[in-house]
Design a protein around this ligand. Structure first.
Ligand code: 13P
Length: 256
């Protein structure tokens, strides 16, 4: 089943707006729950209240990060054990964490393994910078990130593992990637997953595209043969826009 994931990032800044946003997408998401898995990733402080609203809707909840240890002296961190119970998913290694808080491939590998070991789903993000893209180095960068990020994963994890290809130059820029480039990179990612954890696993792992996805351009990605959905940032903060992304995805997969 395709996955449409709403990464709210550090938005909205108050709980009432967060709950309004959830209410705005809930009925559409629920109405398509048999064809599209919808997951919402609010900031940590809103998780509990949002989880109450999502009970029995079929809409999944996720966190935007988690630490690799389950408890201990790690000020400010949140562990997979703490998220288990109300979250089903965790985003790991988003480019904004790599850029702004110095997250490394090694940290991404540890976090991904920790999340999967708690039987949560992990959305591991990879993607090249604009300079890499301009220099024709996208494949090399993405290959390195996928290899390093999966270093501690096994085939047993594949059903709960998602890899999101998010070219950094496409995030928040309005410059979404050409579908041909997205397709080639997703094909490369699936090949590397096969090399790392086996061909069976490579078929099960879901691969998403992210980067300036909107209702008006989502169809060209979800139509790609190797694309299992989208990771949406800015457009997920507008309930109607996000609902339309869910509708288009349901429509496309309904015809597959
Ligand atoms: P935008 O959809 O705002 O480009 O963000 C994409 C993203 O980073 C999702 O994780």
């Amino acid at each position: 089943m395709p996955l449409v994931a709403a990464n709210w990032k550090m938005n909205p800044t108050n709980i009432d707006d967060a709950l309004d946003l959830v209410r705005g997408v809930m009925s559409v998401a629920r109405g398509h729950a048999d064809r599209v898995e919808v997951a919402i990733f609010p900031p940590f402080p809103w998780l509990l209240a949002v989880s109450d609203l999502l009970v029995e809707t079929g809409v999944k909840l996720g966190a935007q990060d988690a630490f690799w240890e389950n408890s201990g002296a790690f000020t400010g961190e949140v562990s997979p054990a703490m998220l288990k119970g109300w979250c089903q998913w965790v985003i790991i290694g988003h480019s904004e964490r790599r850029l702004y808080v110095g997250e490394t491939d090694e940290m991404v590998a540890k976090k991904t393994a920790a999340v999967l070991s708690r039987e949560l789903g992990a959305i591991m993000c990879v993607g090249e910078l604009l300079d890499h893209y301009d220099e024709g180095r996208s494949d090399e960068i993405v290959t390195g990130q996928v290899r390093a990020g999966l270093a501690e994963c096994s085939a047993d994890d594949s059903a709960r593992l998602v890899i999101a290809y998010e070219p950094v130059w496409a995030i928040g820029s309005g410059r979404n990637a050409d579908p041909e480039h997205a397709y080639k990179t997703m094909r490369l990612i699936r090949r590397i997953v096969g090399e790392m954890i086996g061909a069976g696993a490579a078929r099960k792992v879901r691969i998403l595209y992210g980067g300036s996805v909107k209702a008006a351009n989502v169809q060209q990605y979800v139509e790609l043969p190797l694309c299992d959905g989208v990771l949406v940032g800015g457009a997920s903060l507008d309930a109607e826009e996000f609902a339309q992304i869910v509708r288009v995805t349901a429509e496309v997969y309904g015809h597959r």
